[in-house]
Write a protein that binds this ligand. Sequence first.
Ligand code: UFG
Length: 328
Amino acid sequence: MKTILVVGGAGYIGSHMVKKLQAQQYRVIVLDNLSAGFVDAVIGGELLVGDLADKKALQQLFQEQQIDAVMHFAAHIQVGESNQRPDKYYDNNVVRTLNLLNAMVEAGVKRFIFSSTAAIFGEPQYVPIDEKHPQQPINTYGRTKLMLEHILQDYDRAFGLKSVCLRYFNAAGADPDGQLGERHDPETHLIPLVLQAAAGRRPAITVFGQDYDTPDGTCIRDYIHINDLCQAHLLALEQLLNGADSAAYNLGNGEGFSVKQVIDVAEEVTGLKIPVQMGERREGDPARLVADAQQARQALGWKPQYAELKTIIAHAWQWEQQYGKTVG
Ligand code: UFG
């Protein structure tokens, strides 16, 4: 049985990943500082509460446990905040991640799955965005992730650390079984906010800008189901464990939906009228982000199972209805 260390396994994507790894008979150790994660989101596996700033604890962890691979989900993810607090983002997303990589190198652990992002590409020069698209991030968040991609290339060359960088477009939806879902505080993502407005947990959803160069004037994004995202991680992990070389893949469904379309589908799924307000553009939002994920499909054999936006929103709605009740 292989042992996987999931850093940030109490968060949104990490917790879904832990569930999937367990189902595949991996032994899972979660390391999370609980700054954004939840103890009860770790269903299965062993939870260690700790921070990547603690180099000694990291060293000890790798000494005591026979770890085969590491998955890293413990980044700060808010674009706006990253521009205001670059110190916080460089510290967590770069410096602390480097601590993790150094502890791995020291212990001889050589397989790493990294959560990267579409934000490394910056303003799209063309869509869909493939792996050859120029990488010119326009915010601190994107820069921290691109720095890590470069660091990983150097660590492969120098130390033989093999990694797969997975560039997420818009992770969305929830565990189809209803055990897990999206819980950010504060929540900034479109689909949970739309559903909170549907449930009456917030007065309305504000559409950030309706004068973009898109058919209905609102921004277009490529939403990818959390389970499909985790499936891609699983396939990447299996390849690395089987001796594959380092790689980087864009992950999305290859289809874009506008903010207005998301709201329309959410009304259809919930059967509720969702209060909508028109607002100003949010700084740093590109008009259109759509992935070309052909490489992931070909090289990993990845096939999204829940590509329909309706399914993604239905699963998120199932979660909102049960989780929303517990938080009021
Ligand atoms: N939006 C609204 N109203 C809201 C929230 C969002 O209109 O209240 C719009 C945004 O302007 C954007 C779309 O909905 O056009 C999606 O916004 P999200 O905040 O849900 O997601 P982003 O596309 O901004 O961000 C995602 C990830 C980031 C990552 C980025 C680029 O959450 O971590 O993709 O990869 F940096």
